[in-house]
Ligand binder design. Structure first.
Ligand SMILES: CC(C)(COP(=O)(O)OP(=O)(O)OC[C@H]1O[C@@H](n2cnc3c(N)ncnc32)[C@H](O)[C@@H]1OP(=O)(O)O)[C@@H](O)C(=O)NCCC(=O)NCCS
Length: 198
């Protein structure tokens, strides 16, 4: 993520995690050594549907009313961001996924997977030994994505989420430096590249 991406990342976060308060200060996170924020970028012209052409939409309408059309926060000349993943490198050689989100209009196209794959590679390069996160027990899409990347449930945090007191699963993959895990990533990468071409 670069400074010019902050507005789009913040809007994707607000739509993805409406209950999150206060929102993440991505400007601050950009300065912190422990933080990594990766973004997925695509060409705005590939957004499909019956919307007004994107350039007009970006000029004439406010982001809050056009989110679901897929272009919110984007203006001509900017990269078009379709998702983000935010990690903290903690002590104990652990990378903690704080949040991940794909624009609603771009879900189920492999972008969440691309982000998680890229986060795993980034964490390996930084020397982390494990990747961990918390996820709502009801969040079937996210849990399925994490399982696909070798993460397993290590425990529960009871009533972890303050909005509805939902429990969180703690999901972790240990030993991301291992040959087995690198092989899993290589396998996922080959399939993902095929998927993203379509
Ligand atoms: C979770 C999320 C990031 C997935 O992003 P995405 O770009 O739609 O995911 P992808 O298209 O890359 O899918 C990758 C895998 O995720 C899982 N997945 C994604 N959407 C799913 C769904 N609706 N139902 C079941 N599994 C799903 C599948 O395992 C999928 O692999 P497959 O296509 O081989 O079945 C996205 O749904 C999202 O932004 N959700 C809201 C925010 C959120 O819940 N974040 C996680 C908080 S811990």
């Amino acid at each position: 993520m670069k400074e010019a991406d902050i507005s789009q990342v913040s809007l994707i976060e607000a739509d993805t995690f409406p209950q999150l308060f206060p929102p993440t200060s991505f400007r601050k996170e950009l300065q912190r050594e422990v933080s990594t924020v990766l973004v997925a970028v695509t060409n705005p012209n590939i957004v499909k549907g019956n919307e007004t052409p994107l350039t007009v939409l970006a000029r004439k309408t406010s982001p809050s009313t056009t989110y679901r059309s897929g272009s919110t926060g984007w203006k001509p000349g900017m990269d078009f961001l379709t998702g983000f993943i935010f990690l903290w490198d903690t002590t104990f050689e652990e990378s903690h996924v704080m949040s991940i989100g794909t624009r609603r209009s771009h879900r189920r196209k492999g972008i969440g997977e691309l982000l998680l794959y890229s986060a795993a590679i980034s964490s390996i390069k930084k020397g982390a030994r494990s990747l961990t996160l918390e996820v709502r027990v009801s969040n079937v899409p996210a849990i399925s994505l994490y399982k696909k990347y070798g993460m397993t449930t290590q425990g529960l945090r009871k009533s972890y989420y303050i909005d509805n007191h939902e429990d969180a699963k703690i999901m972790t993959v240990d030993d991301i430096q291992s040959l087995d895990y690198r092989n899993l990533l290589n396998d996922r990468r080959v399939r993902l590249e095929e998927r993203l071409k379509n």
